[in-house]
Each structure stands twice: as structure tokens, then as C-alpha cells.
Write a protein of this length. Structure first.
Length: 320
């Protein structure tokens, strides 16, 4: 099998990057690689090192991922906590970017006996862009591949591998055929072999497992609520149609959403007055049409500071 270095050298003319990130996608469906990459075990980083040092280490990884995406002519769509979602023009550039991300993060120094690692998943296919975001089955499959990956691993689909040049295709191996929601047939999954002499991963039952068991516990006005099912969400606001009704005059009718994305919970502000969030031991932040990944314990208030009316405060805890 050819090494990645030899393949990268052979394709260097294709991989040379523009200095700036690629322009937004054209109107209508376009075919691109959608890639998700996140820091593996970031929760343990926060537990072991504390919020300030752990965030600095995660941010360094995010910075590397952003730079690599730009290098291969891609565009970062969004960052959510410790995760980057991006698009790249080709299946080849998806593999090259994923491999460079892994190589550069692996080369980072150990800090306080903690070694950082990332997991990457990608899929090549058609997407639709709206409001600087991308949507469609390709995005869902890419997210599924990232969810299957472990630290220092790159996972993609056989359909993506078949779009690669033969030299890059040789650096992949089929490892499983998985049932994916919404797909009539199983999806063939492949691993990218990016380390010289790496043992090839064989399919195991764990590859087909769902995201790790993480729950979000919410408490408002003495009433508990949970968010545990994959791809579930709740709307918070003063409208009676919301799953969590907060009759605060500062709250919008449908003030915010809390979504589960694989093993993460994302708070999304969609209000007029903003959503105030305070993680235990950290300064309060204000979301204005923005998102944040919920972690640990903390408080949420709709339209005003959490230090104000405590009876209108939502308490949260991420468990698992």
C-alpha cells in the first residue's frame, strides 16, 4: 500500500491552497465533501485540566482544523464547542484535509500528561446551502461517519471512496456495512489509513453502536425535563406551544431551541433579547442568534441575566 506521504506528494499540485477560504457555495444543489471533526474526549480534558486550560487546548485544535480547511480550498460552515463542520470541493480534498488534521493534532505537545486527539468523518455528495449553512442527506451521513469514528480515526463512506483518485483510494479499507436511518440499504463504511504501519481496523459490533450515552437534565420552576434521545430537540419560550414554557415578559414566544446532535447538546438562540448562559465557575455569556454547546452544569435565562429573577432561571446538567 502506498504511504500517505507519497500520495500527497504526487497530488501536491491539486492540494495547493488558496490564501483565503473558498467563497460560499453557489445557489441550488452542489456536490461537495461535508466533513465533521471534533476533539475526542474533550469532557475529560475539562475535568482533568480545568476550564481555562482545557478550552485553550481545544481552541488550538480548532485553529489547526480551520487552517487545514482553508489550505485545501474549503470553507468552515460552523464551529460548535469542540467540533468543526466544513465543506471541501472534492472527495480527494476531504481525505487530504482529514489526514492533515490528524497529523498536525497528533504532533501537538502533551500538556499536563494529556494527549489531544481528534476524530473525523466525511461524505461526498449533493447539498443545499441556505443562510451560510448546508443541508441534506450528505450532511447527515457525514455526521454519522464522525459519530462512528474514535480518537485518531477517520471514517467515510464507500460511495465517497469511489469518487477518489486511485492513489488515495488505496489508503482506505472497508470495515462495516451499517443500517442508517432513512436509507433502504446498508451504507458501506470505510476507514482512512493515515499512519504508516498502522494496524487496519476490522469491523466490530461497537462500530454500529449509537452515540455515547449522554443525557441533558433541565429544571425549571421545580419541574424537571430531560433530553436523551438522539436527534431530539425542545423549544423554550413563553408560547404555550413550547415544550418548556417560560412565562417571562422578556422571553420571546419561541425564544431558543436545545438540540441533541449525536452526543452533544446545543443551545440555539432565536430571540429578540438574547439568551444568557452561565456555566458553573465561568463568566456569563449572551447568545444573540448564536449557538453554544452545553457542558457540565449551569444556568440559562431568557432575555435577561441569570443573576436577576431566579424563579425564571433554567438549570441544566449534562450527564454521562
Amino acid at each position: 500500500m502506498a504511504t500517505f506521504d507519497s500520495m500527497k506528494t504526487a497530488l501536491s499540485s491539486q492540494a495547493e491552497a488558496p490564501e483565503t477560504v473558498a467563497a460560499p457555495l453557489a445557489a441550488g444543489p452542489v456536490t461537495v465533501t461535508v466533513l465533521f471533526a471534533d476533539v475526542s474526549g474533550s469532557t475529560k480534558l475539562y475535568d482533568a485540566l480545568g476550564d481555562t486550560q482545557a478550552k485553550a487546548m481545544v481552541d488550538e485544535c480548532i485553529g489547526i482544523m480551520r487552517a487545514v480547511v482553508a489550505q485545501y480550498g474549503g470553507r468552515v460552515i460552523k464551529t460548535i464547542g469542540d467540533e468543526v463542520m466544513c465543506v471541501l470541493p472534492l472527495a480527494d480534498t476531504g481525505l487530504l484535509a482529514a489526514t492533515d488534521m490528524q497529523t498536525k493534532v497528533m504532533a501537538l505537545p502533551v500538556v499536563s500528561n494529556v494527549k489531544r486527539a481528534i476524530r473525523v468523518g466525511f461524505h461526498f455528495g449533493p447539498v443545499i446551502e441556505e443562510h451560510n449553512d448546508v443541508f441534506g442527506d450528505t450532511v447527515n451521513l457525514a455526521a454519522r461517519m464522525a459519530g462512528l469514528a474514535k480518537g485518531q480515526q477517520i471514517i467515510t463512506t464507500l460511495a465517497t471512496v469511489q469518487q477518489m483518485t486511485p492513489m488515495l483510494r488505496a489508503s482506505t479499507r472497508r470495515i462495516a456495512a451499517l443500517a442508517v436511518k432513512g436509507k433502504g440499504d446498508d451504507v458501506e463504511v470505510c476507514e482512512v489509513i493515515w499512519q504508516a504501519g498502522e494496524e487496519l481496523t476490522m469491523a466490530t459490533p461497537s462500530m454500529a453502536s449509537a452515540a455515547r450515552n449522554v443525557d441533558l437534565a433541565l429544571l425549571y420552576a421545580g419541574t424537571p425535563m430531560g433530553l436523551a434521545q438522539a436527534n431530539s430537540a425542545i423549544v423554550v419560550g413563553r408560547d404555550a406551544s413550547c415544550q418548556m414554557v417560560v412565562p417571562d415578559r422578556m422571553a420571546s414566544r419561541q425564544h431558543a431551541r436545545i438540540e441533541r446532535r449525536r452526543d452533544k447538546f446545543i443551545l440555539i438562540d432565536q430571540s429578540t433579547n438574547g439568551t444568557f448562559v452561565e456555566f458553573d465557575g465561568e463568566a456569563e455569556m449572551v447568545l444573540r442568534r448564536e449557538e453554544v454547546m452545553l457542558r457540565g452544569k449551569g444556568r440559562i435565562a431568557l432575555g435577561h441575566s441569570v443573576s436577576g429573577l431566579h424563579e425564571e432561571t433554567i438549570y441544566f446538567e449534562v450527564k454521562g
